[in-house]
Design a protein around this ligand. Structure first.
Ligand code: AMP
Length: 175
């Protein structure tokens, strides 16, 4: 039996009021533990960017770290981590960006990529787009080119796509 996009959607679990009241958290762990669903999700994300000559797949801590290295392996690319402030050991570039409440800081190693590198950004979920935009700015600051941004899930009603509309965006599951 093969799994289609509808099946992928049905396998995501809604957890109401996590991490705080009013948020419906999209829990991807049921998808991750299903071998066929996991394979399908990775394959479909990869297919959307296969003609982009990707040098590096960049993943954003924490759940972005689940799909990005697998995608990098599949696309014969390297993997670059973008982490929350204070986690990367060597010299870093940092960027602050607005969250729903307050602010967050993301970091990338200053020597993470070479000028002109072609970078695919991957995260589990697109909400307001602030996280993906911050990652894209870090790539561009180091002289890289963002050739695409891939998400497993897109919350369309939050219109995050508008914030990153200058990039080639693909999402597999939309709400
Ligand atoms: P944003 O910067 O608003 O696009 O938020 C995206 C980041 O927040 C992603 O890395 C997601 O992992 C996380 N996130 C935001 N909203 C949700 C949600 N409803 N369920 C799961 N993760 C979420």
């Amino acid at each position: 039996m093969t799994i289609n996009a509808t099946d992928l959607k049905s396998i995501i679990r809604d957890v109401p009021d996590f991490p705080k009241k009013g948020i419906i958290f999209k829990d991807i762990t049921p998808l991750l533990k299903d071998a066929q669903a996991l394979q399908r999700a990775v394959d479909e994300l990869a297919v959307n960017f296969e003609d982009k000559k990707v040098d590096y797949v960049l993943g954003i801590e924490s759940r972005g770290f689940i799909f990005s290295p697998v995608l990098a392996y599949k696309m014969n690319a390297g993997f670059i981590p973008v982490r929350k402030k204070g986690k990367l050991p060597a010299k870093t570039e940092e960027i602050a960006y607005a969250l729903e409440y307050g602010e967050a800081v993301l970091e990338i190693h200053s020597d993470a990529l070479e000028k002109g590198s072609r970078v695919l950004i991957v995260d589990d979920l697109l909400a307001t787009g602030g996280t993906a935009l911050a990652a894209a700015k870090l790539v561009e600051r180091l002289g890289g080119t963002v050739v695409g941004i891939g998400f497993l899930i897109e919350l369309e009603f939050l219109k995050g796509r508008e914030k990153i509309s200058s990039f080639d965006i693909h999402s597999l599951i939309r709400y």
